[in-house]
Design a protein around this ligand. Structure first.
Ligand SMILES: Cc1ncc(COP(=O)(O)O)c(C=O)c1O
Length: 409
């Protein structure tokens, strides 16, 4: 169970939520760009620096302990993603950096005329690295985004062919909250023998993940979106990474998960990932980390959905407000809601809300193509609110008052 009682209790774990702007408590509604971090994550990071802080793979205690805690973090991520073991979990500076590395590696297997399918809905991190491959003669097809905020399944079907080598799409949109039904893409990939890659950066903080059930070749996410530090995460299907020609030094381990990890990793931050996953799990029940995570993620998702729905149902009643993206008729929606207000520039709206200590983001949030397709690029994009486990209905009521005071103009 994660109700308003647990939400209020969890807020005490996040020091940054105690900030006040003047006499107003800060309402932090920019989780899709990075959530706040609980004290236990901060403690784990400083514990590593205070205790071990050595480079990996040497024959002295601090280095052996470093190897151990890095592996424990990979194990915790494997539990979060439903991966068979820590060997399938690689770390990097960010999801974007890992996707560029993966694109360069996959490109070495491709020939001019081979095709990659991406979508108009995705964050640029899952578009730019693939679009760059056009320079070497790879054809990139883009699945059409409909005005409802959903991808067009017929367009997807028509764009996957025997020439397709990879379908790269998002599980959830960080701009519109859309959760994509990825079953069709997976089926098409299997039919034509293409790789299937999912960007789970926006999905991972809000929904249970199971890479085995998803039957995906690569899945990427980012720990700073689920209460952890700034580290990118790559899951690769067992055995797959070992067969890729990744950028790597001849002195570097050539097996998974290290094969794509260039240079020394951010050890302290990686230790913080495990603490973040254990923090999430602490809100669930069960005999082990996996079952605790399962029940915690489901309970937190229920709460976030409830708070987001409260916002959605009320904001859409306000004069001049348009809500973009799918409605809340089913659960196929992340608790992320973007709006425009007639006659009100999104940047001006975000600035005005900031004077009420309400922190929201405006613009395209790097989902620039989606904002262009919706015809919003020239109008300054969207005003987005993202609900995280610590957001309350009272914060939403303050936000609604702030939006009502803004317009329409
Ligand atoms: C859906 C989505 N994909 C990818 C990214 C990029 O993640 P990172 O900042 O780790 O590169 C983001 C970040 O906002 C995102 O929301």
């Amino acid at each position: 169970m994660f109700t308003s009682k647990e939400c209020l209790a969890c807020r005490r774990d996040f020091p940054a939520l105690e900030h006040r702007q003047g006499d107003l408590p800060v309402a932090y509604l920019d989780g899709p760009a990075g959530t706040q971090v609980p004290q236990s994550v901060i403690d784990a990071i400083s514990w590593y620096y205070r205790t071990w802080n050595a480079n990996a793979r040497a024959r002295f205690l601090a280095s052996e302990e470093t190897d151990k805690v890095l592996q424990q973090s990979r194990e915790a991520v494997a539990a979060l993603l439903g991966a068979p073991s820590w060997r399938e979990i690689s770390f990097g500076q960010s999801m974007t950096t890992l996707t560029f590395s993966l694109a360069r590696a996959l490109a070495r297997q491709l020939e001019p005329g081979d095709e990659i399918v991406i979508t108009e809905l995705d964050h640029e991190a899952n578009r730019g690295p693939w679009l760059d491959l056009r320079e070497q003669g790879i054809v990139v097809q883009e699945v059409r985004l409909e005005s409802t905020g959903r991808l067009d399944p017929e367009d997807l079907q028509s764009k996957v062919s025997a020439r397709t080598k990879l379908v790269a799409m998002g599980l959830a949109s960080n701009a519109l909250g859309t959760v994509n039904d990825v079953g069709l893409a997976r089926e098409l990939c299997r039919e034509v023998g293409a790789y299937f890659l999912l960007d789970a950066v926006h999905y991972a903080p809000h929904f249970p993940l199971d890479v085995t059930a998803l039957d995906v070749d690569f899945l990427l996410c980012s720990a700073y979106k689920f209460y952890g530090p700034h580290v990118g995460i790559l899951y690769s299907r067992p055995g797959l990474l070992d067969r890729l020609s990744t950028d790597h030094l001849r002195t570097q381990p050539t097996v998974a998960p290290h094969r794509i990890e260039t240079g020394t990793l951010n050890h302290a931050a990686i230790v913080g990932i495990r603490a973040a996953i254990e923090y999430i799990a602490s809100w669930g029940d069960g005999p082990d980390l996996t079952s605790k995570l399962e029940s915690a993620v489901a309970a937190i998702a229920d709460w976030e959905h409830q708070v987001a729905r409260h916002y959605y149902e009320n904001v859409r009643q306000l004069p001049g407000v348009t809500v973009w993206g799918p409605d809340f008729a089913d659960r196929l929606r992340a608790p992320t809601v973007s709006i425009t207000i007639d006659g009100v520039d999104p940047a001006a709206a975000a600035k005005a809300l900031n004077t009420r200590a309400i922190q929201v983001r405006d613009g395209h949030f790097y989902a620039a193509r989606a904002v262009e397709v919706l015809g919003l690029a020239e109008r300054g994009g969207l005003v987005r609110i993202g609900i995280s486990m610590y957001n309350t209905p009272e914060e939403i009521d303050r936000l609604l008052e702030g939006i009502e005071a803004l317009g329409p103009r």
